[in-house]
Design a protein around this ligand. Structure first.
Ligand code: BV8
Length: 233
C-alpha cells in the first residue's frame, strides 16, 4: 500500500493564529533572524532569544489545531498504508490534533535543552538564562530548537522515509529553507509522486506533479477526503 510522506511548514498553522515567517507581517519581518535564531545570536544576547521563544510558546499554548491539522491526523489513522509527517514547525498543533507518526526536524517549543551537557526536559512556560539544567546543574538552558547553521534533527530517518515514499506532499511551506526545501527533489529522485498544497503555489517548476492552491484549513481536508475515498474508505 502507498507510503505517504508529508512535509509541513508555517502555512499549516497560520489559520490557528501562529504567524508565518515570510508573509507580509511574518516573524522574520519583525525580528532579526540572526539575532533570535542562530547560536551566535544566543551567545550574544540569550535574554532576547528567550523573550522571543517565550512569546512564541505563549502564543502556541493559546492556539488550537485547525481543520488541516485534524485532517492530517485522520489520514494517519484511516489510510491503509504508512503516513509519516515531517514538520518544520516548532508548535505542537500536529500532536494536539492526534498525529503520532511525526518528526519535528527543527525542534519543539515545548522542549528545553542544556547547551552544556545536551540533557533535554520539558520547557517551562517562560525560560530564562538563570534556569539550571536538572542534570548538570549549569545555567546553559536553551530552547530545544534547531537554529540556522545547526543540523536539523533526525535527518537520517527523514531521508530514509523520503527515499521509500510513493507519495510526497508539501503543505504550507515556501520551500526556502534547506535541507527541508530539498526533500521534494529527494522524493522525486526516489520515484515518488509529488503534490503541493499552498496558499500561493511556490512556483518551483517541475517539482510537483499536482499543485493545489488554497487555504490549508479547506484544501487539506478536501485532499484527505479524496485520498481516503480513493481507497474505498
Ligand atoms: C544547516 C526553527 C548545516 C527556528 C528554523 C542551501 C542553500 C541555501 C542556504 C542553505 C543551504 N543549506 C543550508 C543553508 C542555510 C540555511 C538556509 O536554508 N537558509 C535559507 C534562509 C536560505 N539552512 C540552515 O541553516 C539549516 N541548517 O544547513 O546546517 C549544517 C550541516 C552540517 C552540520 C551542521 C550544520 C537549518 C535551518 C533550520 C532553521 N530553523 N526553524 C524557529 O522556528 O524559530 S527554519 C524556519 O523557517 C521554519 O522552521 C521553516 O523551516 C522556515 C520558514 O519556512 P516556512 O515554514 O515555509 O514558512 P514561510 O513563512 O516561509 O512560508 C509559509 C508558506 O505558507 C508560504 O508559501 C505561504 O504562501 C503559505 N501559507 C500562508 N498561509 C497559508 C499558507 N498555505 C496554506 N494555508 C494558509 N492559510
Amino acid at each position: 500500500m502507498e507510503r505517504i510522506v508529508i512535509l509541513t511548514g508555517a502555512g499549516v498553522s497560520a489559520e490557528s493564529g501562529l504567524g508565518t515567517f515570510r508573509d507580509t507581517d511574518g516573524l522574520w519581518t519583525r525580528y532579526d533572524l540572526e539575532e533570535v535564531a542562530t547560536p551566535e545570536g544566543f551567545t550574544r544576547n540569550p535574554g532576547l532569544v528567550h523573550e522571543f521563544y517565550n512569546a512564541r510558546r505563549a502564543n502556541t499554548l493559546a492556539a488550537t489545531p485547525n481543520a488541516a491539522h485534524v485532517a492530517l491526523a485522520r489520514l494517519e489513522r484511516d489510510w491503509p498504508g504508512e503516513v509519516v509527517l515531517v514538520t518544520q514547525n516548532v508548535d505542537d498543533l500536529h500532536e494536539r490534533a492526534g498525529s503520532t507518526a511525526l518528526i519535528h526536524m527543527h525542534g519543539v517549543l515545548t522542549g528545553a535543552l542544556c547547551a552544556a551537557c545536551g540533557h533535554r526536559w520539558p520547557a517551562p512556560r517562560a525560560m530564562n538564562m538563570s534556569d539550571l539544567c536538572p542534570s548538570c546543574d549549569r545555567a546553559a538552558t536553551r530552547p530545544d530548537i534547531v537554529w540556522f547553521g545547526e543540523m536539523p534533527y533526525q535527518m537520517d530517518r527523514i531521508y530514509d522515509v523520503v527515499a521509500r515514499a510513493d507519495l510526497f506532499v508539501s503543505i504550507g511551506t515556501s520551500g526556502e529553507v534547506y535541507p527541508a526545501a530539498g526533500l521534494v527533489e529527494e522524493a522525486r529522485m526516489a520515484g515518488a509522486e509529488t503534490v503541493e498544497i499552498n496558499l500561493e503555489p511556490t512556483r518551483r517548476p517541475g517539482l510537483f506533479d499536482e499543485v493545489i492552491a488554497g487555504q490549508a484549513s479547506r484544501a487539506v481536508p478536501a485532499w484527505v477526503e479524496r485520498m481516503i475515498a480513493s481507497k474505498g474508505g
